[in-house]
Design a protein around this ligand. Structure first.
Ligand SMILES: C[S@@+](CC[C@H](N)C(=O)[O-])C[C@H]1O[C@@H](n2cnc3c(N)ncnc32)[C@H](O)[C@@H]1O
Length: 184
């Protein structure tokens, strides 16, 4: 898989509301998110999915957003503030070898990794950290862009998740993506 981080300025394009016509966050995420949940989002960019998820979890829920780029997180925070959702969205700066999420260990109900896994080297380490953050029975939705990720690399990624103990639940249809839902 290619390991090339999305340039920060592309974050503006990815957060453009027109994208909803193609990838609608509510439709993609409604089956997975309930009010009151704590959701972990890996690589949120400028928040195309984070803000709708913050509405879905409601006032008692939280979205923990981890990105390796400060510029993505600062724009996400501004957008959250404008939408009056800043109380439901926590941001953390990740590094290439650590998600820096020890404080959430065993507390996460749902994880979203949308168009990000192929950008992260060391997938075993990545999925191990995600696994540790999740409650028993929590789910992880991975959606990877078909333009960047082949069926073969996706299959290799699933071999890693299986070795770590994730169980495959479904393969939802997400336009422009190869996707899977896994359970702890
Ligand atoms: C292609 S963008 C996708 C953004 C968002 N998920 C979306 O679909 O609009 C990939 C994002 O993952 C972030 N990223 C790359 N490597 C990362 C890492 N090791 N840890 C956390 N985030 C990372 C990038 O900075 C970027 O914001």
């Amino acid at each position: 898989m290619a390991e090339c981080v999305c340039p920060w300025w592309l974050g503006y394009l990815l957060a453009n509301p027109i994208r909803k016509l193609y990838q609608n966050p509510n439709k993609i995420l409604a089956p997975h998110i309930k009010p009151g949940m704590t959701v972990l989002e890996i690589g949120p960019g400028m928040g195309f999915f984070s803000l709708p998820m913050a509405r879905m979890v409601g006032p008692d829920g939280k979205i923990v957003c981890l990105d390796i780029q400060e510029k993505m997180l600062s724009s996400l925070t501004r957008r959250a503030r404008r939408a009056r959702l800043e109380n439901r969205i926590l941001t953390r700066l990740a590094s290439t070898d650590s998600l820096n999420i020890d404080e959430f260990a065993g507390n996460i109900d749902f994880v979203l990794a949308f168009a990000v896994v192929h950008e992260i080297p060391g997938q075993e380490n990545l999925f191990m950290q995600i696994y540790q953050s999740m409650k028993k029975g929590a789910t992880l939705l991975i959606a990877e862009p078909t333009g960047h990720v082949t069926d073969e690399s996706f299959k290799k990624m699933l071999e890693i998740t299986e070795r770590l103990g994730f169980e495959k639940v479904s393969t939802p249809t997400v336009r422009g993506s190869i996707s899977t839902v896994l359970k702890k």
